[in-house]
Design a protein around this ligand. Structure first.
Ligand code: SAH
Ligand code: F3S
Length: 443
């Protein structure tokens, strides 16, 4: 069999990692992959449902694909598949296959059922015994940076968020398996691993296997030390949940130079009233205490966050509290989202919706503030030397290359593509709105 499969991936890093895993399984089963949807016999859309706009995109894409002369088999995988289930067949009759978030490893057998004549195939079941993360290096998106999932799902049920419904309960991978994967990636020449999960610091494996002998106040900080001991050059991790952010994470970073100096800690709001309605389990003071610990580290850690504006009931005063918190935290980067109602979540039934125009006004005001603050934080890097993993040629200039610093900022400098995959010290000379520019002083 030489059917060609094309996969389009939307949404978060977990979806990127799921696609890599799906491709590994499909190749093993004899499928070829293609980057051209027009020549594919099977098209899979790996979908996101965190915000309404992301969800609508899927159905738009299905109707475009339906017109493709080759009439490919169309499958929907990811969060929209898990949430909408069989109703997708009604809403978009061109879809043949609905693959839930835990059915990634079963895609080849689901496709075989279509080939055998079944018209609509659905799998929303849980992962089965013996299904483990298996990603072939050939399928990784980058030859230098690898995503390594350590925990799937979420138990937090923030009132606005669909993830606990689309991804199920938290399930942590065994530490032995994670460490072995990182060791293998290192021996293959990967320079950086990003440990990923909805909440990495809620990591709670079934057993201590692989963590024995490592000090640490939480299983996550023991895991960080175990992964650091593999000697891989750089380790990043995302996302951290504020309530579970233990100071020992910062201690681990201070002990191991290969744990990078960046923490992504979504706050969502600066108003205690909103944080309570969002069911975040932390107040703004709790959050600021964590920020204090992060900012007082000897490693000068970069801090980034997420904020939702226009949550139901958010008053001008609540929003002013968010502006104040953002000013106090001076984030190195901020993702701002307008609240988007997700059916099934508790907040979908909350009163006092904020008007679209107020949401937009707050979004723009917060964005303007962040631009002003980021200008300050980025300019503070001027005159410093940052260690940069060279990833690609810069999009702006043929003479420049581009990569990320250990503090996860984009850095461009004069260089050539033979440097890809190497780590170079760059003296920063200029700060731009979302990147830094400098000159190589090593490598
Ligand atoms: N802990 C998760 C959060 C997942 S969702 C993680 O791994 O990043 C990512 C971000 O999307 C959230 O932090 C939140 O700011 C935003 N978000 C989630 N649900 C939303 C909604 N209903 N409306 C607007 N933004 C939302
Ligand atoms: Fe969503 Fe809150 Fe979990 S934002 S992913 S329910 S921590």
């Amino acid at each position: 069999m030489n059917s060609k499969v094309y996969i389009e991936t939307f949404g978060c890093q977990m979806n990127v990692a799921d696609t890599e895993r799906a491709v590994t399984g499909l190749r093993k089963a004899g499928y070829e992959m293609t980057s051209l949807p027009n020549e594919a016999d099977v098209v899979l859309l790996n979908t996101c449902s965190v915000r309404e706009r992301a969800e609508r995109k899927v159905f738009r894409r299905v109707s475009e694909l339906r017109k493709s002369p080759r009439h490919p088999v169309i499958g929907v995988m990811g969060c929209v598949a898990q949430l909408e289930g069989s109703s997708i067949f009604q809403r978009a009759s061109a879809v043949d296959l609905v693959i839930g978030t835990q059915a990634t490893d079963r895609i080849p057998s689901l496709l075989a059922r279509i080939r055998d004549g079944e018209e609509s195939v659905l799998d929303l079941d849980e992962r089965q015994e013996g299904e483990v993360w298996d990603v072939s290096p050939a399928e990784r998106r980058s030859p230098y940076v690898a995503f390594v999932p350590i925990i799937e799902g979420c138990n937090k049920f923030c009132s606005f968020c669909i993830v606990p419904y689309s991804r199920g309960r938290e399930k942590s991978r065994g530490a032995n398996e994670i460490v072995a994967e990182v060791q293998q990636l290192r021996s293959l020449g990967y320079k950086e691993v990003q440990l990923i999960g909805q909440n990495v610091n809620s990591y709670r494996p079934k057993t201590e296997d692989g963590l024995e002998g490592y000090a640490g106040a939480t299983a996550f900080s023991r895991l960080l030390r175990a992964v650091a001991e593999t000697g891989i050059e750089r380790i990043k991790f995302t996302t951290s949940f504020p309530r579970d952010f233990h100071p020992d994470i910062v201690s681990a970073i201070e002990e191991y130079p290969n744990l990078c100096n960046w923490v992504h800690l979504p706050v969502q709001s600066g108003s205690d009233r909103m944080l309570k309605a969002m069911r975040r389990g932390h107040t703004s003071a709790d959050y600021l205490r964590r920020v204090e610990i992060i900012k007082s580290s000897s490693r000068s850690l970069a801090l980034t966050s997420d904020i939702i504006v226009g949550f139901p009931g958010e008053s001008e005063q609540d929003f002013a509290d968010t502006m104040k918190l953002v000013r106090d935290c001076e984030f190195d980067g901020l993702f701002i989202f307008k609240y988007s109602k997700r059916s099934r979540t508790p907040a979908a039934n909350f009163d006092d919706a904020v008007s679209e125009s107020d949401k937009t006004a707050r979004f723009l005001a917060l964005e303007e503030l962040q631009i002003e603050l980021q200008d300050k934080t980025y300019n503070r890097q001027v005159g410093r030397a940052l260690s940069v993993l060279v990833e690609k040629q810069s999009a702006r200039s043929n003479e420049d290359v581009s990569g990320h610093s250990t503090c996860n900022k984009v850095v461009n400098f004069k260089g050539n593509t033979t440097q890809r995959g190497s780590i170079v010290d760059v003296l920063i000379s200029e700060a731009k709105p979302n990147s830094l520019y400098g000159t190589a002083i090593s490598g």
